[in-house]
Design a protein around this ligand. Structure first.
Ligand code: AMP
Ligand code: MG
Length: 401
């Protein structure tokens, strides 16, 4: 039995980013960027007005106020999308709208609220220091500035940022093909009638969800019974994949054939059994360059082992910069006794009080209590030797998605 870190190392040592593809920026949400994004021009590309009002020379409106307004002659209207034709010179102004380029000669904007149109021009009733309500060229991004890095996750803000550099397409990591397969003669497809001694499949669903949420292209292959022939046929039906995830049948029961069959099918073992709770019986192997993982059947164990091993693997395949779940720390709301021996990943929920993060452990910590995962937003990572958790002590946490 090996430790979590060693198992992770063995798996990661074999993982390389898959190729990249170009997709429309509008389709890039949740994908991993595979190129640096630099802007070939400053953003905004020109100095622009941040307000509707009048473009003026700040020296012309010094000390302007309601009691002693300054009268200026209006040269033209500059709406957004147009470039003014006249230079603002002493005693003149241009009507300007938000987003329109600052006309040459002008260096400040007076908001329309502090002006009054007259038959001859405009009455300015507030002074405007140089630069007032002006968004200068390059205020957001300098020319040539790198705004995003390869390996960044593309969220909505990144989509907008990429688009504002003029790009409509972007290079992203190819989605790993993940195939999910459940095993167990007692496991039944939801939608069918429940029979005595059977349970509905949950792993196939939670694992497909976890993989899809990481950015994989997923397919659920269904359920294989605990019979060698049927199991092998089901595994073979996976064909085209980067990562095959099985759940169940990987322990030491009389009908746990998963590891045997995988080895017989030519899968080479990277590791089997990791010193952790939940999740001890876990198999990781390689078929050529493709990964095969046999996760434990208990619904919590299989989700936790996904987070610890499959998630970082998918991150690497996608070319992500940040690999695996984000770590942090929080204070324990309540304590308790633990059986020492194996590293534990307890389910917990975070809350914040007075700027401090606290974690409350889920009530059911047995590996069959899927409800604990529904309630949880973090895993509490407890070292193997710890036999009691003290109230108020600081613990290490792993964020679930
Ligand atoms: P196993 O790892 O096959 O020994 O299964 C451990 C426990 O998890 C057993 O109680 C199984 O019934 C249960 N289990 C296995 N596969 C699934 C599944 N796909 N959905 C829900 N429970 C499962
Ligand atoms: Mg089983």
């Amino acid at each position: 039995m090996i430790q979590v870190e060693e198992a992770t190392r063995k798996l990661m040592a074999k993982a390389r980013p898959l190729g990249a593809e170009e997709v429309p920026v509008l389709k890039a949400l949740g994908r991993v960027l595979r190129e640096d994004i630099t802007s070939p021009f400053p953003i905004p590309p020109f100095s622009k007005s941040a307000m509707d009002g009048y473009a003026v020379r700040s020296v012309d409106v010094v000390a302007a106020c309601e009691e002693s307004p300054v009268e200026l002659r209006v040269l033209e209207d500059v709406p957004a999308g147009k470039v003014g034709r006249h230079r603002v010179t002493k005693g003149t102004a241009a009507r300007i709208m938000t987003g329109a380029p600052i006309p040459s000669g002008a260096d400040a904007i007076v908001m329309v609220e502090y002006t009054e149109r007259t038959s001859e021009g405009v009455r300015i009733m507030q002074e405007a220091p140089k630069g007032e309500h002006v968004a200068p060229v390059g205020e957001d991004v300098r020319k040539g500035q790198r705004v995003l890095r390869a390996g960044d996750m593309i969220r909505a803000a990144e989509m907008g940022m990429i688009a504002s550099t003029g790009r409509s397409k972007v290079k992203v990591g190819i989605k790993p093909k993940v195939r999910v397969l459940s095993t167990g003669s007692e496991v039944l497809m939801p939608g069918k009638e429940l029979k005595p001694g059977h349970i509905y499949d949950s792993n196939g669903y939670s694992l497909t969800g976890l993989a899809a949420a990481r950015g994989a292209e997923t397919k659920f292959l269904g359920i294989a019974p605990d019979r060698k022939g049927a199991l092998e046929r089901k595994i073979r039906s996976a064909r085209d994949f980067d990562v095959l995830i099985l759940s169940g049948g990987v322990s030491v029961g009389d009908y746990d054939f998963v590891q045997d069959i995988l080895l017989e099918m030519g899968v080479t073992r990277l590791f089997y059994k990791v010193s952790m709770k939940p999740g001890k019986p876990i198999f990781a192997g390689l078929q050529g360059k493709r990964f095969v993982l046999g996760l434990p059947g208990n619904p919590v164990s299989c989700m936790v082992t996904f987070e610890l091993f499959v998630r970082p693997l998918l991150d690497v395949l996608l070319g992500k910069k940040e690999v695996g779940p984000r770590r942090g720390s929080a204070y324990l709301v309540e304590g308790g006794k633990l059986k020492p021996g194996r590293r534990k990943f307890l389910r917990g929920r975070l809350h914040e009080t007075d700027g401090r993060l606290y974690v409350r452990l889920s009530t059911g910590q047995k590996s069959g209590i899927l409800r604990s995962m529904v309630e949880a937003d973090v895993l509490v990572d407890v070292p193997d030797k710890v036999d009691r958790l003290e109230v108020g002590s600081m613990v290490s946490i792993l964020y679930l998605e």
